[in-house]
Design a protein around this ligand. Structure first.
Ligand SMILES: [Fe+2]
Length: 167
């Protein structure tokens, strides 16, 4: 993929996905005026399927950099969108100052009509992530991007994570 974006699949079965979505539907969301997302410690939850996702994020980042990153820290959250959500996605980067950071996006559940993340490209058409569930897309955290929209009444669920060293 362009811009150093790489893909690492994560094996979740249907039961694990159902458990996960059920958990997300009942979790507390941030009172954030611009975006519908959970708190930033989603992958710290004890639920086995979430611990599996946490491990797969570490593993994917370790493979991306070809070094063990299990002593790095993780921030992670669920982003939810649907048709009629009044909060609009906006262009952003996760960590423009620190080069030793990676970000990950994983689509958990959404229909084909919903959008995927867009990465602007200099002097070229923008790049859109493939519409593929349950796979980590890992990229340098300073890349600007804008989340895709949920285009159905049914919710669009995605998981995001940042990897960084330090406190
Ligand atoms: Fe983002």
């Amino acid at each position: 993929m362009v811009l150093g974006i790489k893909e690492y699949p994560c094996q979740l079965d249907n039961d694990e996905l159902d458990t996960l979505i059920d958990f997300i539907d009942n979790i507390r969301y941030q009172s954030n005026p611009t975006v519908v997302k959970t708190e930033d410690n989603f992958l710290d939850c004890d639920l086995p399927v979430i611990q599996k996702l946490r491990w797969s994020y570490y593993d994917s980042c370790s493979r991306y950099w070809d070094m063990d990153v299990f002593d790095f820290k993780i921030n992670s959250w669920i982003y939810v969108d649907w048709k009629g959500n009044s909060k609009e996605p906006y262009m952003h980067a996760h960590n423009s100052e620190n080069p030793y950071t990676l970000s990950g996006i994983m689509y958990l559940k959404f229909t084909n009509s919903s959008g995927t993340t867009m990465f602007p490209m200099p002097g070229r058409p923008s790049y859109f992530l493939p519409n593929k569930m349950l796979t980590w897309f890992i990229f340098p955290s300073n890349l600007p991007h804008i989340p895709g929209r949920g285009m159905d009444n049914e919710k669009r669920y995605s998981l995001s994570a940042d990897l960084y060293y330090g406190r």
